[in-house]
Design a protein around this ligand. Structure first.
Ligand code: ASP
Length: 325
């Protein structure tokens, strides 16, 4: 994936138009045609992850299972050294270690997660194995690594030269604070709805750049970074994980949709809760995406600048979400 900063710079001229169009008709790209009861295969992901959507669409849009789609989709980002917030090439913690968090959830409500995992390029696939091969939901740190190695994953050095150099530069000031809408918030969260009408979700990240060693964010926590209930829909989060954890935002969004809210309304309410309860919200970003079983999508963030990619009816579009501030 090209960096989001580059994308935003490239699209700066068109941003107003996109933002206006999106605000005025936030649900339209994901709206089901009137009278249709057929599932509308859909892939929805955070930021400008169109390439990841392509990989997922090759599965979900072609008769495959949503679970396989989200795994294949986010793996493309995990393998991309240019994406410095996910998998290989991710920025390290303050001690120079790349530590990864990921989770996955299927249409039956099964889920798996790994957190504080080092040396494995595809944490999402380890999370899937935790779901499918163990009676547990979360494996962490050394134990997660041991489990991955026992199951045939290769131990790799995930710190690229570029990430190492940036970290060396960072150490000169060692200033630790979340920066709004720069690549330190580049987590991919993805939801897919397949032709059978089943939904799955995945979320994978290297977390906040230069975090304290051992820090785990929202991304591997079911109901925080991602949640799916196949009766209702799903949601994913990106941004400051601590803020999402305090609100269990994606679980909240799915429950709000269950009570009748549209995906857009549910995302807006979840952001409103964070804003009303978390005083520092002006200084950080959180973005939510939601998808219901009809294929209707929603997107909302605290700050401007949160983009998302929606693949539906053979169109794979990046759009900017409406925001509260
Ligand atoms: N939510 C992720 C975390 O806090 C970061 C991100 O979305 O970029 O670990």
């Amino acid at each position: 994936m090209s960096s989001r900063r580059k994308f935003l710079a490239q699209s700066a001229i068109g941003t107003l138009g996109i933002a206006f169009g999106n605000y005025a008709c936030a649900n339209k790209p994901g709206q089901e045609p009137m009278g249709s009861s057929e599932p509308v295969p859909t892939v929805l992901s955070t930021w400008n992850n169109q390439a990841a959507n392509e990989a997922a669409w090759a599965v979900a849009g072609k008769g495959g299972r949503a679970l396989d789609a989200v795994e294949q989709g986010v793996r493309t980002v995990e393998a991309d050294p240019e994406d410095m917030s996910v998998g290989y090439g991710g920025r390290p913690d303050r001690d120079g270690h790349v530590t990864l968090d990921a989770c996955i959830m299927d249409e039956t409500g099964n889920c798996g997660s790994v957190c504080f995992l080092e040396h494995i390029k595809h944490p999402i696939s380890v999370a899937r194995l935790v779901m499918e091969k163990t009676p547990h939901v979360i494996l962490a740190g050394e134990g997660a690594l041991q489990f991955a190695l026992e199951n045939g994953f290769q131990k790799e050095d995930l710190l690229t030269e570029k990430a190492r150099q940036e970290w060396e530069e960072w150490k000169k000031t060692s200033e630790y604070k979340p920066v709004i809408n720069i690549e330190s918030h580049d987590t991919i969260g993805m939801l897919a709805l397949d032709q059978q009408g089943n939904m799955a979700g995945a979320c994978t990240t290297s977390g906040l750049a230069y975090k304290i060693r051992g820090r785990v964010g929202d991304s591997p926590i079911i109901g925080a970074g991602m949640y799916v209930d196949n009766e209702v829909g799903g949601a994913v989060a990106t941004g400051l994980g601590e803020a999402v954890l305090k609100s269990l935002g994606t679980f909240l969004i799915v429950e709000l949709m269950r009570q009748g809210m549209s995906p857009q309304q549910a995302c807006e309410e979840a952001i409103r809760r964070i804003i009303s309860k978390q005083e520092g919200h002006k200084d950080f970003q959180v973005g939510f995406l939601a998808l219901n079983k009809k294929g209707e999508a929603g997107a909302y963030s605290i700050q401007p600048g949160f983009s998302y990619a929606l693949y539906q009816r053979d169109e794979n579009k990046v759009q900017e979400a409406a925001s509260a501030l």
